[in-house]
Write a protein that binds this ligand. Structure first.
Ligand code: TA6
Length: 309
C-alpha cells in the first residue's frame, strides 16, 4: 500500500491567456481548476494505474472539499484530516498561448492547530503498515521542524518506507531519517548541496554523497534536461522525449507517481524511471496540473534513452 501525505494541499486555478503583458488587461481565454499540493498528484497516478493507495493530509473549507472531490473523481481514496474554520489554499498557474512555460503563484496555507497535527499523527499511525510506502510531498504549512520530523519518524516506527519531495529546511530534516527516496528538482537540489549555477557536472557526485548519507534512491528531476537517478550501484540519466509543452506544473509530482507505481510492482530502476519520465512528459502536454495520458506515456517509451551519468 502507498500512503500519500499532503500537509498543505492546494486548489490549483489555471488561467490561460493569449499573451501575458505587464500593465495590460490580460483577458483570460480559459480557467480550469485542478488538484494541487504534490503528494495528491502521486495518488492520482497510482489510482489510474490500479496501485493501492490512500491520500491523506490536512484539508479545510470549500477549497479542501473541491480538491477532495477532484481526487475522488480521479479514483483516489481519501482519508484526510479536516481543520474547522480554515480554508485550503489556492495556487495560481498562468499559461500564455503565445509564450512557453508557466507562472505559478502559491499561497502559504493556513496555520495548522496543534490538535490537527495530533489528529494526523493518529491517522498515520492507523494507516501505515510494515513495508508500506509513505510519500510526504509539498511545502508544509507553517510548522516547527520538530513536529514535521515527528511526522516523518512515524513512518520508520511503523516499518514503512519514506519518500520525500519537499524543499529547504524540510528536505534537510528529512535527510536525518534516511528516507528510501527523495525527489528534489534542480533548484531544491542546488540549494541542498550548495551548488553554484552552471555546475551540472557536480550533480552526479553530489547525488552519490546523498546516497552515502543513507538515501536509497535520489531522483533529481531536471525537466526537459532529463532526470538523474542515483543509488549505491550507479548514477544514470534518463532523457525525456521531444514534446509540445503546454503546462509543466505537476510534472515532477507525476514523475514521482510513475516511478513509485513501477517500483511497488517490483520493476527495475531503469524501467521505473523511464516510465516516470514518459508519464511526466505526457503531463507536460496537458493544461491541467494533474492530467496525463497513460497511452501517450507508453507511446513515448521507445524514444526515452538511459545513459550512465
Ligand atoms: O508541483 C505542482 C504543485 O503541486 C501545484 O499543483 C501547486 O499546488 C504547487 O505545486 C504547490 O507547491 P508547494 O511547494 O507550495 O506545496
Amino acid at each position: 500500500m502507498v500512503i500519500t501525505v499532503t500537509l498543505n494541499p492546494a486548489l490549483d486555478k489555471i488561467i490561460i491567456v493569449k499573451k501575458l503583458q505587464k500593465n495590460h488587461n490580460n483577458r483570460s481565454e480559459k480557467i480550469l481548476y485542478d488538484i494541487g499540493g504534490k503528494a495528491t498528484h502521486v495518488s492520482v497516478v497510482l489510482s489510474k494505474m490500479g496501485i493501492g493507495n490512500v491520500a491523506t493530509g490536512i484539508f479545510a473549507g470549500q477549497n479542501g472539499r473541491h480538491v477532495q472531490r477532484l481526487l475522488e473523481e480521479k479514483g483516489v481514496k481519501c482519508n484526510c484530516v479536516w481543520q474547522e474554520g480554515a480554508e485550503t489554499r489556492e495556487s495560481y498557474i498562468i499559461l500564455s498561448e503565445e509564450q512557453p512555460g508557466s507562472y505559478m503563484i502559491t499561497q502559504p496555507g493556513f496555520d495548522v492547530r496543534e490538535e490537527t497535527f495530533r489528529a494526523l499523527k493518529v491517522k498515520l499511525d492507523s494507516l501505515i503498515n510494515v513495508n508500506d510506502i509513505v510519500v510526504f510531498s509539498g511545502t508544509p504549512p507553517q510548522v516547527d521542524l520538530e513536529l514535521y520530523s515527528d511526522l516523518l519518524k512515524i513512518v520508520g516506527t511503523k516499518g514503512g518506507k519514506l519518500v520525500v519531495d519537499t524543499s529547504r529546511q524540510y528536505l534537510n530534516e528529512a535527510l536525518k531519517v534516511k528516507p528510501y527516496l527523495i525527489k528534489p528538482n534542480e533548484v531544491e537540489f542546488k540549494e541542498l548541496m550548495a551548488i553554484e549555477d552552471g555546475e551540472p557536472k557536480l550533480y552526479a557526485e553530489k547525488i552519490t554523497e546523498l546516497v552515502n548519507l543513507g538515501v536509497e534512491i535520489v531522483a533529481l528531476s531536471l525537466g526537459k534536461y532529463g532526470n538523474l537517478i542515483g543509488t549505491k550501484e550507479a548514477v544514470f540519466r534518463v532523457f525525456p522525449p521531444e514534446i509540445k509543452e503546454v503546462n509543466d506544473t505537476g510534472c515532477g509530482d507525476v514523475f514521482l507517481g510513475g516511478a513509485l507505481a513501477m517500483l511497488v510492482q517490483g520493476k527495475g530502476l531503469e524501467e521505473s524511471f523511464k516510465f516516470a519520465t514518459a508519464i511526466s512528459a505526457s503531463k507536460a502536454t496537458k493544461e491541467g496540473s494533474s492530467d496525463f495520458s497513460l497511452e501517450e506515456a507508453y507511446s513515448f517509451l521507445p524514444d526515452i534513452k538511459v545513459y550512465n551519468a
